[in-house]
Design a protein around this ligand. Structure first.
Ligand code: FSX
Ligand code: SF4
Ligand code: F3S
Length: 390
């Protein structure tokens, strides 16, 4: 593709985003009393901060910088899209990660601003009233609402493990009913995307991924919990495009989950140089060496944690000195081995079988993957012969 063609593509994309925003502007506002500018101003953010957020969100979705004003416009109309957020079997970490912070980021404030028509953690209604609210929201916004589901879903004969409320409905049925009239469905977190901790062997409640329970397309936004930017980015993508994003083989948006933790890791230079933390607290740990030998699963995990970070963008697991546990991969509790030990037996399988990888990323990085596998295998062999000092 030459530059001229590229410009034309972006021109038509720009025009389609403008169209989409205009269409959304015509929908009734669900929050008459406030604007996103007011919400962020109340929390001490300036217009400049807002535009910086819009510019970062534009880059995150791999759009050119001149799309920034459109991103800022898109977020203003986010209050036209009602959201129904269901809790299934989980720890509420996804909600907590997004909403419960003493110093909320612009991303979390967006969740104050959008219309969370039903969200069990933050709504005041309880009991019968809560159940009624859900039914009303589904009825009132038929075909328009975004369904976000957090948590794995006990299914089939075991669905009674998640019996909720006075109607005694099971989580499985609630998810099926709510998905029927949803305009888009996002599985928020690894539990909803892949089953998560409650689906770990022996999975006594037969917990399943949302996509196994409903018969509509589900966009998976895994991570235990997922980064707030991946949740907000998925919403922004839907606002602008009105369609599903490009997805990998596990239905994760490629803009967020295209690369491995290992590809984007700030300790990667140490890995390549063979400089490893042998045990927590040693000299290597103080020098920020690679955490592979103390169990980092970054080579097998696809996510953008090092770029987007957590806790208002301050840090991420490897930055604080603990290896990646592989939390955005399917069945990571069962397949990623012991937390603080490397995955010695699965090294070649990863490189050649594409564990956790989408085919395109594999093909592009085949040279790198192969070299990395050899590197990991060599270090793992050393680790096997010479166990780390206790
Ligand atoms: Fe918890 Fe969400 Fe993990 Fe699961 O996050 S942080 S157990 S992904 O569903 O609440
Ligand atoms: Fe980073 Fe882990 Fe890869 Fe080491 S093994 S470079 S700590 S992702
Ligand atoms: Fe999860 Fe690994 Fe990121 S454990 S939070 S994918 S660094």
């Amino acid at each position: 593709m030459n530059f001229k063609e590229k410009d034309t593509t972006y021109d038509s994309l720009y025009a389609s985003f403008e169209e989409r925003i205009k269409k959304l502007q015509k929908l009734p506002r669900l929050k008459e009393d406030t604007s996103i500018e007011e919400v962020i101003k109340e929390h001490g953010f300036s217009r400049r901060d807002f535009m910086k957020w819009a510019s970062a969100a534009t880059a995150m979705l791999a759009l050119p910088a001149n799309f920034t004003p459109l991103m800022a416009e898109a977020i203003k109309v986010a209050d036209r899209l009602p959201i129904i957020w269901l809790h299934m079997a989980e720890c509420t970490g996804c909600t907590e990660a997004l909403l419960r912070s003493a110093n909320p980021s612009i991303d979390s404030l967006i969740f104050d601003y959008i219309s969370l028509e039903y969200q069990e953690t933050i709504m005041t209604a309880v009991g019968w009233q809560a159940e009624q609210n859900l039914e009303h929201a589904i009825e009132k916004y038929k075909g328009r609402y975004i369904l976000m589901v957090e948590g794995g879903i006990p299914a089939g004969d075991s669905s009674h493990y998640l019996t909720i409320g006075g109607h005694g409905k099971h989580g499985e049925q609630i998810s099926i009913d709510a998905s029927e009239h949803a305009a888009a469905i996002f599985a928020i977190g690894t539990c909803s995307s892949f089953g998560g901790v409650q689906a770990a062997a022996p999975n006594p409640t037969n917990a399943q991924a949302l996509s196994k329970v409903v018969d509509k397309p589900v966009i998976n936004v895994p991570g235990c919990p997922p980064g707030e930017k991946n949740i907000v980015g998925t919403l922004m993508h839907y606002l602008l495009y009105g369609t599903l994003p490009a997805l990998d083989v596990f239905n994760r948006p490629k803009w967020a989950y295209r690369l491995r933790i290992h590809d984007l890791c700030e300790r990667r230079g140490h890995f390549d140089a063979g400089e490893f933390v042998e045990h927590f607290g040693d000299e290597g740990a103080k020098d920020g060496y690679c955490l592979y030998k103390v169990g980092c699963k970054g080579p097998y995990t696809f996510n953008n944690c090092s770029k987007q970070k957590f806790n208002q963008g301050t840090s991420w697991p490897i930055q604080v000195g603990f290896g990646c546990m592989g939390c955005s991969e399917p069945d990571f509790w069962d397949t990623m081995g012991t937390v603080n030990e490397p995955l010695r037996d699965r090294l070649y399988h990863t490189a050649f079988g594409g564990l956790g990888a989408d085919a395109t990323a594999d093909r592009i990085g085949i040279g790198l993957l192969t070299a990395t596998a050899v590197g990991i295998a060599a270090h793992a062999a050393i680790a096997a012969v010479k166990p780390p000092k206790k």
